[in-house]
Design a protein around this ligand. Structure first.
Ligand SMILES: Cc1cc2nc3c(=O)[nH]c(=O)nc-3n(C[C@H](O)[C@H](O)[C@H](O)COP(=O)(O)OP(=O)(O)OC[C@H]3O[C@@H](n4cnc5c(N)ncnc54)[C@H](O)[C@@H]3O)c2cc1C
Length: 369
């Protein structure tokens, strides 16, 4: 099921089957000047992205997959096919079942066709790299940049250990310090130059060590290619270790506090860690390494992660900003959702009374003996 069924440029829409890989869709769209913005980085299928409500580096400006799914055909557990949503760009009609199915991780039905909303490709790009004395200082600058109304299209925070690794593997020559990658999209280079000046001033008043504006397209692409490859680079760099990847997200006002809590957990315990973050959305992938031959260290990594996830939830956040619950994060469902978890169980039972759709996913272990 990997066909692009129709590209309807005039309506800014594409009809796709779920096996289409999102990069392939964007390649096919290039000549139209339109694109599908969510970008999880990995070579994901649109069905997987819809099931997980995937998002990525551009979500701070463009939103997540849910914002781009207008209509779907889904196969229910009974085998019945139903159509959800509309091709209209707005609707006030009925319950929005399409929003319920997006992010349901295949537990309510199987997506067999989707109509996706497309947007115009930005005319101009501009990017900057800002370095800071601490991860927390960079996090405070994220808050100031968001408040400024400059609308960055990417706002990624990386710890110095990530920059060191990217320099080694991709020869980037970046200063090794807590770093923000900032990108803006706009109509003209002169407008973007003004926006970058303003962003530079905000970073300077937040104590930045350096601000390198006006990266050209080639340099920007090199940095983002390395950013997208970071997860795999970390794995390769530590063949003796298992890597636990956290995916918490918090409101932007709690972001600096969450990063400080992460540092306080991992540094005194001497755990190898990497901080990479879709900072504009308060979403942090703290990667923590534990030796494969040391069960005690792996248990410690899991304990630390669990405390931090519970901290993020207590700050009004979520256990998973974009990777989904799957099985690994089922244990946080009660803490995050409280009484509404029981209503999710009822919805699951309504659509899948025999529990045949992705059994074991999302719901806590007591529901999945
Ligand atoms: C290195 C790396 C980096 C990543 N970075 C990101 C990131 O930045 N942002 C992000 O959001 N995710 C990220 N992910 C997670 C993952 O890539 C995405 O969530 C992606 O959307 C999953 O797509 P997939 O095609 O691999 O789906 P799969 O892994 O095959 O499936 C994911 C889930 O969707 C369900 N599913 C698949 N197809 C359908 C369908 N047609 N109908 C119903 N359910 C279906 C599956 O049953 C499964 O539960 C990353 C993963 C890796 C390995």
């Amino acid at each position: 099921m990997n066909r692009i069924l129709a590209i309807r440029e005039e309506d800014f829409q594409a009809d796709v089957e779920p096996g289409v890989v999102y990069q392939d869709l964007n390649d096919k769209l290039r000549h139209t000047g339109l694109f599908f913005p969510p970008d999880p980085g990995a070579r994901a299928t649109l069905g997987g992205m819809i099931a997980n409500n995937a998002s990525g580096t551009r979500t701070v400006l463009y939103g997540s997959t849910r914002d781009y799914v207008m209509r779907m055909v889904v196969a229910l557990s009974s085998g019945e096919l139903i159509e959800l949503g509309t091709r209209a760009s707005k609707s006030s009609s009925g319950y929005s079942l399409i929003h319920l199915f997006v992010g349901s991780e295949g537990t309510l039905g199987i997506v067999v066709e989707a109509t996706l909303r497309l947007v115009g490709f930005p005319v101009e790009y501009s990017a900057a790299v800002a370095t800071f004395p601490s991860v927390e200082a960079a996090a405070r600058a994220v808050y100031d940049l968001k408040r400024s109304g400059l609308n960055p299209a990417a706002l990624e925070l990386l710890g110095p250990e990530c920059i060191g690794l990217m320099n080694r593997v991709h020869q980037l020559g970046l200063d090794v310090a807590p770093t923000l990658f900032i990108e803006f999209h706009g109509p003209t280079t002169s407008q973007l130059a003004e926006v970058l000046d303003a962003a530079g001033e905000i970073c300077a008043s937040g104590g930045s060590l350096g601000f390198r504006p006006g990266l050209g397209r080639a340099e920007r692409d090199r940095i983002f290619k390395a950013r997208h490859a970071l997860g795999e680079m970390i794995q390769h760099n530590h063949p003796e270790h298992r890597i636990l990847i956290m995916d918490v997200a918090v409101p932007i006002t709690a972001y600096a506090e969450l990063l400080a809590a992460m540092r306080a957990e991992v540094e005194p315990r001497g755990l190898i860690h990497y901080t990479l973050s879709h900072a504009g959305n308060g979403n942090v992938h703290l990667n923590i390494a534990g030796r494969k031959d040391d069960p005690a260290e792996w248990a410690l990594v899991q304990e630390v992660s669990e405390r931090l996830v519970r901290k993020a939830i207590s700050l009004g956040g979520t256990a998973t900003g974009e990777h989904g619950v799957g099985m690994g994060k089922r244990k946080y469902m009660a803490a995050q959702h409280g009484a509404s978890l029981a209503w999710m169980r009822r919805v699951k039972a309504l659509f899948d009374p025999h529990g045949i759709l992705n059994p074991g996913k999302i719901f806590p272990a007591e529901d999945n003996p």
